[in-house]
Every structure is written in structure tokens, then in C-alpha cells.
Ligand binder design. Structure first.
Ligand code: SF4
Length: 376
């Protein structure tokens, strides 16, 4: 399958958030960022002849890190190297504090047509607690600037389950986000990953997280509130008005192949998942001296690919298309995982609707990781 999408990783952040386990770094100087852009362009140029199989890429996603740590000119220079199909979705993750109207206008002119702002919460004390440098008002202003710059396809990332966050706090953030009438919301629960400062604080008993029942209530509020406002849940954590679901992320959830460019970026081509060198300085050295950029690669077996297709497909609201699955793999999922599916159905976590197997709402959704792990 020729990949129709490309992910571009920009690993720089103004400051590393206490909960973050992404391949993101703070403190890099402008000179290194310029070298990074050069290295990234080199990596893309080498792959360009085959990108998108001649028809161009349907989706491109600049993520991070914080892509808006680079100048608009640098982002435009990278994007210009990627062959786009007509009507391609070109997304960029942005920090509300970096996004003035002039900057965003340049991005729009360069061809970016979707922005996802990392808002997390509109509560300024909570933003400080999670090490974010912007304020709730910065997020509102950034959105205004994005609209003035001509962006219509806009998304806000929100989080629940933050330290000291109450259900009422989350309700206020959700209400503010809905009042802003964006066509897409991503609403994730905080996960405290091993190796992060938050993990160490939790081990020391110094991370005042909300109770699990409060987190479940916040998740339920997100579900009801977004849907009542006309944003349909199309994935476990993502809501959109018709026509605004993120096409690039759907490609991941359908377990299709994609290119990955940049430090630590993952690509998935011809059944091989490969990961680039993670540290920006080592990535720059390798790219500029023509060495291999891949630090890990794994050929997935058919059974592993099928398991991942089930696990990822269950994230989608419509679930896994069992007929399409059988056509793709020549195996029926209902037969390969007969026992697991029967157990999950008995537990009320999944249901069969027509040709699809999907998570139940709300129980399966809330216990999504448990249900999905049955296929790995
Ligand atoms: S802004 Fe995002 S990528 Fe950067 S440190 Fe914070 S959570 Fe990680």
C-alpha cells in the first residue's frame, strides 16, 4: 500500500511539560533549529521521488514538540518539498502563545489548512501546574488570529484528570471551548507515563490527581457536552462537526501506511515500522552526513498487523469494518479472535452492529485500553 500521508516531527518546545513523554526538547538555540530544518529537508528530498505514489499526499501532519517553535518561513520551506494531492489536508500543531495573525497568515499562504491548538485547559492556575506557558486568554486570542488568517478547520486539544482539576473546572473549560464553536475537539485524559517528572512526583505522593470516579465523570461530561453541541464523537477522544474529522489521524486508526520525517518520527511502509534517531543533534549529524536515520525497525507479522488493525480500529466510533478486514487479510476477525470477542461482549465492552465491531458507549469507551489489549 503506497502511503497517502506523511508525518513531520518538530521536536522543539519552549519548555518541557511535566507530564510529557514525547520526543520533545527545550533549550535548543536558533542555530540548531536552522540545522534541523536543513536535515529534515534533506531527509524529505531523498524520499520525494516516491512520495504519495505519484498522485501526491492526501494528508500531511506537522506535530511535535511544538512546530510553531520554527519560523513560518522554515515551516513553509519544509512543506514546499512535500507533493500534495489536490484538496490535501495539511495540519499543524500550534502553541497558543506562538500564534499571532501575521505568523498564521504566512502559514495559511504556504498551504497549511488545519491547526490544532494545544490548549489543555482555560484555567490559568492549572496551566501553570502542568508547566504550560500560555494562558487561557492566549488560547482565545490565538483562535481569533487563526480565523482572521483564513483557517476554518480548527481544533482545540483539551485534557482532563489534571492535578487539582475538579469536575467543575473541567466543565468550565469544556463550556468555554464549546462557546468558541471550533469544528473539532480532542479531549484526552492525562496519563502519567514512567520517566516523566509527574511520574516521580506521583511516586512521592506529591501529585494531587483527581479520583478515578471524578475522571470518569469528566470523560462523561466531555462525551455529553460535545455531542450536544453538534460535535460527533468519531474516535475515543476526538469529536468533530461533519466534514471536520482529522483525515490524517484516521489513517493511523485504520492502520494504513504513512511516512515519518524528522527526529524520532515513526514511519510505516510495506509492513515495516521504523523509527528515526530521536535526539535532534544526532539526527542532524546523520542526515547531513548521509548516514541512515533509522534507529529501530520492525517487520510486523500478518498476525501482529491484524491485531493492531483491530486495536486501532476499535478506537473509531464506527469500529472495525469486519468485511473490509476479511478482504484485507483473507481471515475473518470473528474467527481469529472468537473467544476474545465473546468475552468482551459478555463484559459489555464491545458490540456488533451490522458488519462492524465497536466499543460500547459509555462502558467500552471508558475501558477502551482494556478492550483493545485483548487483540495484542
Ligand atoms: S508542549 Fe507538548 S510536546 Fe512540548 S513538552 Fe509540552 S506536552 Fe510535550
Amino acid at each position: 500500500m503506497t502511503p497517502s500521508g506523511a508525518y513531520v516531527h518538530i521536536p522543539f518546545c519552549a519548555r518541557k511539560c511535566g507530564y510529557c513523554d514525547f520526543n520533545a526538547y527545550s533549550g535548543y538555540k536558533d542555530g540548531t533549529k536552522a540545522q534541523y530544518v536543513k536535515a529534515l529537508c534533506r531527509e524529505i528530498e531523498i524520499s520525494t521521488p516516491n512520495l504519495g505514489g505519484g498522485g501526491g499526499l492526501q494528508t500531511v501532519f506537522f506535530g511535535g514538540g511544538t512546530p510553531t517553535q520554527l519560523s513560518a518561513e522554515a515551516l513553509a520551506q519544509i512543506l514546499a518539498l512535500l507533493p500534495l494531492a489536490p484538496g490535501a489536508e495539511v495540519s499543524l500543531e500550534a502553541n497558543p502563545a506562538d500564534a499571532d495573525e501575521r505568523y498564521l497568515t504566512k502559514l495559511r499562504e504556504a498551504g497549511f489548512n488545519r491547526i490544532s491548538f494545544g490548549v489543555q485547559t482555560f484555567n490559568d492556575s492549572l496551566l501553570k501546574l502542568i508547566d504550560r506557558e500560555h494562558s487561557g486568554d492566549d488560547a482565545k486570542t490565538a483562535l481569533k488570529h487563526a480565523r482572521a488568517a483564513g483557517f476554518e478547520n480548527l481544533s482545540l486539544d483539551l485534557m482532563f484528570g489534571l492535578p487539582r482539576q475538579t469536575v467543575a473546572d473541567f466543565e468550565r473549560t469544556l463550556a468555554t471551548a464549546l462557546e468558541l464553536e471550533v469544528p473539532h475537539l480532542s479531549i484526552y485524559g492525562l496519563i502519567v507515563e514512567e520517566g516523566t517528572p509527574f511520574f516521580a512526583r506521583r511516586e512521592r505522593g506529591k501529585l494531587p490527581l483527581p479520583a478515578e470516579s471524578a475522571e470518569a465523570t469528566m470523560f462523561g461530561r466531555a462525551l455529553e457536552g460535545a455531542q450536544k453541541a453538534g460535535l460527533r464523537r468519531y474516535e475515543v477522544s476526538n469529536y468533530a462537526r461533519p466534514g471536520f474529522a482529522c483525515r490524517h489521524n484516521r489513517l493511523y486508526w485504520r492502520n494504513e501506511s504513512y511516512y515519518g520525517f524528522g527526529a524520532g518520527a515513526t514511519g510505516y511502509l510495506d509492513g515495516v515500522r521504523s523509527v528515526n534517531i530521536r535526539r535532534p543533534s544526532a539526527y542532524i549529524d546523520a542526515a547531513l552526513s548521509g548516514k541512515s536515520l533509522v534507529c529501530e525497525s520492525e517487520q510486523l507479522s500478518q498476525d501482529e498487523t491484524m491485531g493492531e488493525t483491530m486495536m486501532l480500529g476499535l478506537r473509531l466510533a464506527e469500529g472495525v469494518d469486519l468485511e473490509a478486514f476479511a478482504q484485507r487479510f483473507g481471515v475473518r476477525a470473528e474467527e481469529r479472535w472468537a473467544e476474545a470477542i465473546a468475552t468482551l461482549m459478555a463484559q459489555g465492552l464491545v458490540e456488533s452492529v451490522g458488519d462492524h465491531l465497536r466499543l460500547t458507549e459509555p462502558k467500552g469507551l471508558f475501558l477502551a485500553s482494556e478492550a483493545m489489549s485483548a487483540f495484542l
